[in-house]
Design a binder for this molecule. Sequence first.
Ligand SMILES: Cc1ncc(COP(=O)(O)O)c(C=O)c1O
Length: 507
Amino acid sequence: MAWNADLKLDPASGTPVYRQIADAIVAACRDGRLSPGMRLPPTRDLARRLHVNRNTVVAAYEALAADGIVTSHTGRGTFVAEPVAAPAPARAETGDAWPSGFSRAVEGSALAGLLSAYRVATSSEGISFAGSYPAAELMPVERFRVALDAVLARSGAEVLSYGSTAGYAPLREWIAGAMRGRGSDVSADGILITNGSQQALELVFRTLLDRGDPVVVEEPTYTGALSVLGSLGARMVGVALDEEGMRPDLLAVALERHRPRAIYVQPTIHNPTTRVMSRRRRLDILALAERHGCAVVEDDWACDLRFEGEELPALHALDGGRRVIYLSTFSKKLLPGLRVGWAAAPRPVLERLVALKQVADHGSSPLLQAALQEFLRDGGLEEHLARVRPAYRERRDIMLAALGARFPGGVSWTRPQGGLFLWVTLPEGVDGNDLFVAARDRNVLFSRGGLFHSDGSGQGSLRLTYASVAPARIEAGVAVLGSLIRERLAGAAAGPGPRAADGLPIL
Ligand SMILES: Cc1ncc(COP(=O)(O)O)c(C=O)c1O
């Protein structure tokens, strides 16, 4: 039955009509009548069918888009965005009995969407290619303990007190020095230390955007950025990539049409596609941003994790730090548990970021920042990188060899020059959501492509992390995926393709 066949609107109800329409769509998402990627009727058609003004339907779609339940694309329509599971564990966890309501950012299916984006498998029995974690067994635990002991012994009371909101000064100095070494014009007072670069993303977008403001994102892009933007009610305008990175022709149209305040990009080892933006493309993007008076938010999460290819300058270095806000992190190259990332930004932006950081948490842990700085000062990072880069390259090669041996023709994948994962494109007839369910039943997990798309698409792709998986398990897990893909291809050749299961799982 069509999701809106029995939809009855009550103009006399205290609930505005647009909200009744939006609620009906949320209900249809919950009970499976609408599923991710499905297109909603054009506003004009639905308005005619429901005998309401078209603006009422537009308002309903906008409210749903603000909650991250649907995504709208000029010229293509409005699509259901995220998997919304019928059993809705999120509701049970938060308690249905809560009496006074929630903000729209965490209401109903918006919450389910956020949880689905963030919950990552921790099953020790299975093989997980999901998440983007560094290898736990390669972590420099002992060396970090020595650094921690040293700062506690030397300046215990100082590092156990509240610190500066902008961050521990010697760590800001170290970071600014490292960035200058890569050609950026930046000093310590242009750096804000954050709780991971996830917080940097949140503070930056909060600083730049109001609810409903457009922002350009690469399509696909990092799930965590999509979640931040969704929770802030930003309007995401996806721009496709080609082999060289974000396409400047499409970016030019998006800038012209939507007049966004910011473009969010990952030029080096893009998550999830692993592409590296060419030098020429970097300059093109900066020139377009300049022409349209737009900020560029550069997420350089993998800058030290390249094990191949030419080192290219960050957009921040190319632009002289004028309109680029640069974010990076110690999570992937070192220790995610420190929760230390940073933003480098021009003074007016930094001032505001610091103000919002103060509101958020009064500053990151001085103890952990000081221990990290001690570790960095003593050369701990270089030593660690010299260990992990070859290990990650070896794991990448093991995964590439396993994919070549186990995956059928028609599947393609990237050969990343660094980082923690690679990106797989499935052939026609194989649905990534369906594959996910089948693989999970065989104790193999991966990140579904749909998580990285702002437009509800991505069912034909998946991301496989190799860095945190032991070599023998890489081969075993890829073998399982290969056999499941073959089964599906055989099924597709024999008849209609498999349908993605309702109540899509989290990851
Ligand atoms: C592209 C990208 N940016 C930012 C982050 C945030 O990481 P963290 O908060 O640990 O620095 C991640 C984590 O996966 C990421 O992949």
